[in-house]
Design a protein around this ligand. Structure first.
Ligand SMILES: NC(=O)c1ccc[n+]([C@@H]2O[C@H](COP(=O)([O-])OP(=O)(O)OC[C@H]3O[C@@H](n4cnc5c(N)ncnc54)[C@H](OP(=O)(O)O)[C@@H]3O)[C@@H](O)[C@H]2O)c1
Length: 207
């Protein structure tokens, strides 16, 4: 079985920032994939083959975007719990409501979107760890992928490559043969500056 969680929203123009739509962004980009994975898990368990879950995320949700040192330390912990990620998401929404989000050190660019992807990344890492001992038996591979700056509606057609190019890389990743399937990784499309233009790169150090 295969689940690619691609649906996502942002309400920002490229050089803008807002938290006006924080709740809908968190619901769509974090709670949506999480609830869907939980709902489908009984089917995954019954599947005789490896289930491949790929969460389409963003480098904006990299750990280094989190300025709140306390929260960053929680997210970095090896034994991070799912409940702690949910608690982080609630704290963010509370800080937005109380208008304290700026002083609390949440990511400063595309804030609501970045927090939603930070939560999605952390959740993917926790899930992968939870089921990692079962790769080969219960068979679950969970990874994140950032398509990079891609020409879609979200970017008003701007970007350094087409959606087709990003989709072909996504397809090659989820269709890897079982023995090559990673889990708990964060991948992206390399840039010119990284001298890996348009190819798949591993950026798991940002998880
Ligand atoms: N484009 C980029 O540069 C870029 C960079 C990094 C990450 N990403 C990520 O890539 C993924 C795809 O984004 P995109 O660039 O292709 O954006 P997009 O063109 O705006 O497409 C977003 C897709 O998500 C669907 N969607 C939004 N809210 C939904 C909901 N509540 N329920 C079901 N479907 C919903 C939309 O469906 P409708 O068309 O029906 O509204 C649309 O098909 C997102 O997760 C995004 O965060 C994009």
């Amino acid at each position: 079985m295969m689940q690619v969680n691609n649906a996502g929203v942002s309400f920002n123009e490229l050089d803008e920032n807002s938290v006006e739509h924080a709740e809908i962004v968190m619901k769509t980009n974090f709670y949506g994939p999480k609830l869907l994975i939980e709902a489908l898990y009984p089917l995954f368990r019954r599947s005789p083959s490896i289930t491949r879950i790929l969460n389409i995320s963003s480098r904006l949700g990299s750990l280094d975007k989190m300025r709140n040192a306390e929260m960053k330390a929680v997210l970095e912990r090896e034994n991070l719990l799912e409940e702690e990620i949910v608690e982080m998401a609630s704290t963010f929404l509370r800080d937005v409501k109380n208008r304290t989000w700026e002083s609390k050190g949440w990511p400063s660019y595309w804030t609501e979107y970045a927090v939603s992807k930070l939560a999605l990344n952390a959740y993917s890492r926790v899930l992968a760890k939870k089921y990692s001992s079962n790769i080969g038996s219960s068979n679950l591979s969970v990874n994140c992928f950032c398509p990079g700056f891609t020409q879609t509606s979200m970017t008003n057609g701007k970007g350094v490559h087409t959606a087709n190019h990003a989709a072909s890389i996504i397809a090659s990743l989820v269709l890897l043969p079982p023995h090559q399937l990673p889990t708990g990784k964060f991948f992206s499309i390399g840039s010119k500056q990284e001298k890996k233009s348009r190819t798949l790169i591993d950026i798991s150090s940002k998880l």
